[in-house]
Design a binder for this molecule. Structure first.
Ligand code: ADE
Length: 270
């Protein structure tokens, strides 16, 4: 059971902290669901400082769902370079295409319900709720790692609370009518004050990108195909300095992510 006085104190303290210390971030100046989908997708596993320039460029190149739906995967991946986890870019483009295809005669728009949003590629429970909060101001809870850390620490929750339980608590503490500010406050407080270093909680581990790692090789292969077009496996092996067997393995990984197709011995961007 949550103590109402504890919840009120936390709400007041974080909202007033946010009023003076909150970050000015461009996705906080819009209510456009598409722009928020772009920012939330970019922000998954990528730092704010890296996202900022890419977010601005992206919206200039693809200002709406129609523009993104019409883009080729190669162009989309080029605009995504530097953000990592490239299948997020493919899913974002696939999501735009699916939304546009679902309402061919009208201007495409994202639905306004969690269940309907989750029917589109790349939109999981967190992203669906983040859209309802940031685009529509709904009093629902979107729990990412920062939000989880702040609520766990401030409310003294068990570190291993089940996600459904945590979700229930997070919903219960959203201040009525202030969902957008509340989430921004939780995220900023988690990023700037109550960092994982301060609380001693292990951050979610990113896949390794050290030189020579699989992820590093995969991104080199993708860059090779984006810059030089289709290549056969032997040429890929030579360019990356790996065996033909390893080159085929890397192509296979990108193929499973839907980023590359292998036609005979030729690999190209899907
Ligand atoms: N991380 C995920 N969503 C965010 C947001 N809206 N602001 C800052 N960091 C975030």
């Amino acid at each position: 059971m949550l103590d109402a006085a504890v919840v009120n104190e936390l709400q007041d303290r974080l909202l007033s902290w946010y009023a003076t210390n909150g970050r000015d971030l461009p996705w906080r100046e819009t209510r456009d669901p598409y722009a928020i989908l772009v920012s939330e997708t970019m922000l998954q596993q990528t730092q704010v400082s890296r996202v900022l320039p890419r977010y601005r460029e992206w919206l200039l190149t693809y200002p709406d769902l129609e523009a993104l739906a019409a883009a080729s995967l190669s162009d989309v991946l080029r605009r995504w370079q530097g953000l990592g986890y490239n299948n997020r870019a493919r899913r974002l483009r696939d999501c735009a295409a699916a939304v546009v295809a679902s309402a061919p005669e009208e201007r495409a728009c994202l639905p306004v319900s969690e269940a309907a949003l989750r029917g589109f590629p790349g939109i999981g429970p967190y992203t669906a709720r983040a859209l309802l909060v940031f685009a529509h101001g709904w009093d629902v809870a979107a729990v990412d790692t920062n939000v989880r850390r702040v609520l766990t620490f401030e409310l003294g929750l068990a570190a291993d609370l089940r996600p459904s339980e945590l979700q229930r608590v997070a919903e219960a503490v959203v201040p009525a009518g202030r969902s957008r500010d509340w989430h921004n406050a939780l995220m900023d407080y988690g990023a700037l004050v109550l960092t994982s270093r301060v609380t001693g909680t292990a951050p979610i581990r990113r896949q390794s990108v050290f030189e020579g790692s699989r992820r590093w090789q995969r991104s080199r292969l993708l860059r090779l195909l984006l810059e030089h077009g289709a290549q056969d496996v032997t040429a890929i092996a030579r360019a990356l300095g790996v065996s033909a067997h390893d080159a085929r393995d890397l192509v296979g990984m990108l193929e499973r992510d839907g980023l590359v197709v292998l036609c005979g011995e030729q690999a190209r961007i899907a």
